[in-house]
Ligand binder design. Structure first.
Ligand SMILES: Cc1ncc(C[n+]2csc(CCOP(=O)(O)OP(=O)(O)O)c2C)c(N)n1
Ligand code: SF4
Ligand SMILES: [Mg+2]
Length: 304
């Protein structure tokens, strides 16, 4: 059949934008961070996992971990963690389990749950002083369902549900600030591409009790549209351009653990990702690029 130009099938956008096909998940930044957390926490860990990409790690009754795994609805992981912690505390109190058998309760969640649906359960868990580690791998979208925007999606990024010339119209929420407003015992941002910084923060969190946040940026090859081998460079560029500040909150103070100096232009980070390609082609979108750079500059101007 001879199709006219208008009826000829056009090349499909990447599979993730349609939620179809096989995503290219090699180089997953979320998995990189989870692996390091697990290596340092060890097998005496219960992951309480909010539905998301990493849920697919476990196929009942198996997981790739030697520890335990509990799968919850998107909004309920902190409530699940409370139940597990309470059960452990009861067993300890009744002497049915020795302290050496105790487990670290870790919520493992994506940003869609952490910044949005699960926020009220998280806030309440912090309010109750729940002793848990909250590990959010932030791939800046609903990865598992085809990269729709989430409340962590950065301004102007293209997602499956923000495809216009200006990309996502909203702005990324500041989850770190929301957490610190609750005065947790510890909160930190991190990225797997800076493993020493991440390791130091895991060790610190491990030795504390109470609500603890590890918020790790998770560069996502299919969702952000880059090749898997670029993952570490993109993670490092997020830090060197100042887009993803590495910091921690401890004893009521926020301290930056790595101040990028000299700070690279944000463009270097954006250009590597197909989700920002419309800012450069067919022509440069100067106004949006400047807006993004200005926001990053304004953040660092406030850091002493
Ligand atoms: C209440 C509810 N709405 C929608 C879904 C479908 N769903 C499963 S995973 C997911 C995306 C979760 O996004 P995020 O928390 O960022 O994790 P990611 O998929 O990116 O790893 C969605 C929307 C669900 N499980 N529950
Ligand atoms: S979609 Fe992204 S975050 Fe999800 S498993 Fe694949 S690479 Fe990881
Ligand atoms: Mg996500």
């Amino acid at each position: 059949m001879n199709l006219t130009e208008s009826k000829r099938p056009r090349p499909l956008p990447s599979a993730h934008l349609l939620g179809t096909g096989t995503p290219r998940c090699a180089g997953c930044g979320g998995l990189e961070a989870v692996r390091e957390v697990y290596d340092l926490l060890g097998a005496r860990t219960v992951f309480v996992n909010a539905a998301g990409c990493l849920t697919l790690l476990a196929t009942y009754p198996f997981t790739p971990f030697r520890g335990s795994w509990l799968y919850t609805a998107m909004a309920s992981a902190p409530a699940g963690a409370q139940g597990v912690r309470d059960a452990l505390d009861l067993l300890l109190a009744k002497g049915r389990m020795g302290p050496e058998e105790d487990l670290e309760v870790v919520v493992l969640t994506g940003d869609g749950a952490a910044y949005g649906m699960g926020l009220s359960a998280t806030s309440s868990a912090m309010e109750r002083g729940l002793n848990f580690l909250y590990l959010c791998y932030d791939n800046e979208g609903f990865g598992n369902t085809g990269q729709q925007f989430s409340e962590a999606t950065p301004h102007a990024a293209r997602t499956a549900t923000s495809r216009g010339l200006r990309g996502f119209a909203g702005y990324k929420k500041d989850l770190f600030a929301i957490w610190t407003a609750h005065h947790p015992v510890y909160a930190a941002t991190a990225v797997g591409a800076e493993p020493l910084d991440l390791a130091r923060k895991i060790e610190k969190a491990k030795n504390l009790k109470g609500p603890r946040l590890l918020l790790t940026l998770a560069p996502c090859p299919p969702g952000w549209d880059f090749e898997p081998q670029e993952e570490v460079e993109i993670g490092k560029l997020a830090v060197r351009t100042g887009v993803w500040p590495l910091k921690e909150f401890i004893d009521g103070q926020v301290v930056h653990t790595k101040v990028p100096h000299p700070r690279l232009p944000v463009e270097k980070y954006l250009k590597k990702q197909g989700r920002f390609a419309h800012l450069f082609q067919p022509q440069r979108h100067e106004e949006l690029l400047q807006e993004i750079q200005d926001k990053v500059d304004a953040y660092w101007a406030g850091v002493s």
